[in-house]
Design a binder for this molecule. Structure first.
Ligand SMILES: NC(=O)c1ccc[n+]([C@@H]2O[C@H](COP(=O)([O-])OP(=O)(O)OC[C@H]3O[C@@H](n4cnc5c(N)ncnc54)[C@H](OP(=O)(O)O)[C@@H]3O)[C@@H](O)[C@H]2O)c1
Length: 330
């Protein structure tokens, strides 16, 4: 790729590259992966100036953290390591969210061990535990900061009221929630509260789990274990309807000489200077293509045209199935 300079953005008080790398798919959700390929992709990202790596203790039941630990060994100072706790179940078991103080402490120690580091730069609660007051959870996270095990705190898929209560206990640097052309739930209430409080926004699945790139025209080619098979937007009938979004994006992208995925990412990046998307990929080729989106300037007319490609109310299917959406705060 022609070299691009990656700007810096801030999540609260934490400086990061304007685009991060989502590492989930290297261990979880999207079929079999090759560790050597994933490690090479992570190192290529660091070489190109990406600093923010996103993982969770849940991805591959710890495999993803261990993989990242191996990839960044010797390069710790170049990386902003973000991980998460909260899913106490293994994949395939009924979802069990835990946010009690004892669990937070134990989860952090286990993540530090798997990552092979002495501190985590950004520690997120992956999902809010409805049984535990957020003050207890964030209180325990704040103790981890005081102990030097964690530098900054984050939440994921938390609602506006929870964000406020959490921030009153300890500054929250970032909210990581799904945000893309076809998932805009946080725009009305949650993003404005984050902005009022100086909390950065980290959109996950900014490529619509790859759908907005145009790569998936049916679920037939996806492995049996692929999480997208259970996601309503990829279901038969819905997927075909949603392809209309990609067709429109393709038209606009072709006029600009870019790809649909780059356009979708650039749209997210244009949401504000406090927005740091973390597209996920296992491949250097896609990593480089995605970073190319940072150089795209979109005019007001182009942004309007992109908005119109995915009109609210015309997206077929919810973003998660019923069981998973229950753990997302509105
Ligand atoms: N907080 C949460 O609850 C939560 C939930 C989901 C995800 N996340 C985080 O957000 C990150 C990103 O989300 P995501 O991985 O679900 O979705 P995504 O970034 O929207 O899409 C990832 C998918 O798109 C494919 N892809 C990436 N770039 C591409 C390109 N240029 N052309 C064609 N295909 C491309 C990837 O393929 P390959 O992998 O085959 O390269 C993968 O299948 C995750 O890695 C994870 O760290 C957080």
């Amino acid at each position: 790729m022609t070299s691009i300079s990656i700007p810096t953005r801030h999540l609260g008080g934490l400086a990061v590259s304007a685009q991060g790398l989502g590492c989930m798919g290297m261990s979880h959700g999207y079929g079999a992966s090759d560790d050597a390929q994933s490690i090479a992709t992570i190192n290529r990202a660091l070489d190109l100036g990406v600093t923010l790596l996103d993982t969770s203790d849940f991805y591959g039941a710890g495999h993803n953290e261990e993989l990242i630990g191996r990839a960044v060994a010797g390069r710790r100072d170049e990386v902003v390591l973000a991980t998460k706790f909260g899913f106490a179940n293994r994949l395939g078991e009924p979802t069990a969210i835990r946010g009690d103080a004892a669990y937070v402490r134990a989860a952090c120690d286990a993540s530090l061990r798997r990552l092979g580091v002495d501190h985590i730069d950004l520690y997120y609660q992956h999902r809010v535990d409805p049984q535990v007051p957020i003050e207890e959870t964030v209180g325990a996270m704040a103790e981890l900061v005081a102990a030097g095990k964690v530098r900054h705190l984050g939440l994921s898929e938390a609602g506006a009221a929870t964000v406020r209560r959490a921030h009153a206990v300890h500054p929250i640097a970032a909210l990581q929630s799904e945000w893309s052309l076809w998932t805009r739930d946080l725009e009305n209430e949650i993003a404005p509260v984050c902005r009022e409080l100086g909390i950065g926004l980290v959109p996950f699945s900014p490529l619509g789990r790859g759908f907005l790139t145009g790569r998936y025209t049916s679920v037939e080619g996806l492995p049996e274990s692929d999480l997208r098979r259970s996601q309503p937007r990829f279901a038969d009938g819905n997927l075909e309807q949603n392809l209309a979004i990609v067709e429109k994006l393709d038209e606009i992208a072709a006029e600009k000489g870019v790809s649909a995925g780059q356009l979708a990412l650039a749209w997210v990046q244009h949401r504000g200077d406090d927005v740091v998307p973390i597209p996920g990929t296992r491949r250097q080729k896609y990593l480089e293509e995605n970073l190319g989106a940072l150089a795209l300037e979109l005019t007001a007319e182009e942004l309007t045209a992109i908005d119109a490609a995915a009109p609210a109310g015309r997206i077929a299917g919810t973003r998660y199935d019923e069981a998973s959406i229950a753990f997302v705060e509105a």
